[in-house]
Design a protein around this ligand. Structure first.
Ligand code: HEC
Length: 161
């Protein structure tokens, strides 16, 4: 009964949205895990890194309310490579290779998402995980890239020195 109802509702919604847009939205709802093995390796590396002991991003000295789609409140941590580049206070137009930013997103005080950006020789690598470490997004998902394009070398939370 319930199932038929939701199928019917989705069908109506797809028809209204047009099949093309409908399929894109469905794909987004299921995430975009382009690189499952790489995402798992990055998650494991992060768990071994004690990233919650890293420096916090400028302007994010404590848990901060957020309007971004990564939870109602966020903690943002930056690794040494990025912290050193910020502290040097020299003009930059890109963040150094090896920069790593980890954002814990919370809803009602509970960890909901972990979003990660790592600057590699090939550019930013993106990943987002559920609180259990399951990768929802990885690689270079359009969703992440498009919204972060307006940032300082794709970083939205803080700018260049
Ligand atoms: C609709 C816009 C939007 C989308 C989509 C989005 N982000 Fe963000 N993201 C933001 C904003 C705005 C911030 C700034 C911090 C805040 O307010 O939470 C941010 C911050 C971050 C940060 C902290 C570093 C920084 O850039 O500020 C990471 C890491 C991050 N996002 C990862 C991701 C990943 C991975 C995806 C794709 C799964 C993604 N984001 C999709 C808007 C977006």
């Amino acid at each position: 009964m319930m199932k038929a109802f939701s199928r019917g509702r989705l069908g109506t919604w797809l028809a209204r949205a047009g099949v093309g847009i409908g399929l894109v939205s469905l794909a987004a709802a299921c995430g975009d895990n382009q690189d499952p093995a790489g995402a798992e390796a990055l998650w494991n590396a992060l768990q071994g890194s004690d990233y919650r002991g890293w420096e916090r991003a400028p302007g994010y000295d404590a848990r901060t309310p957020s309007n971004a789609p990564h939870g109602g409140e966020v903690d943002i941590y930056i690794n040494d490579t990025l912290a050193v580049a910020l502290a040097a206070n020299e003009p930059l137009d890109a963040w150094p290779n090896g920069s790593l930013i980890v954002k814990d997103g919370f809803d009602d005080g509970d960890l909901d998402l972990v979003a990660v950006m790592e600057k590699r020789l090939t550019g930013w690598y993106w990943a987002e995980y559920g609180d259990d470490g399951e990768a929802l997004y990885s690689g270079t998902p359009d969703l992440c890239v498009d919204c972060h394009r307006s940032g300082a070398d794709f970083v939205r939370a803080f700018g260049f020195p």
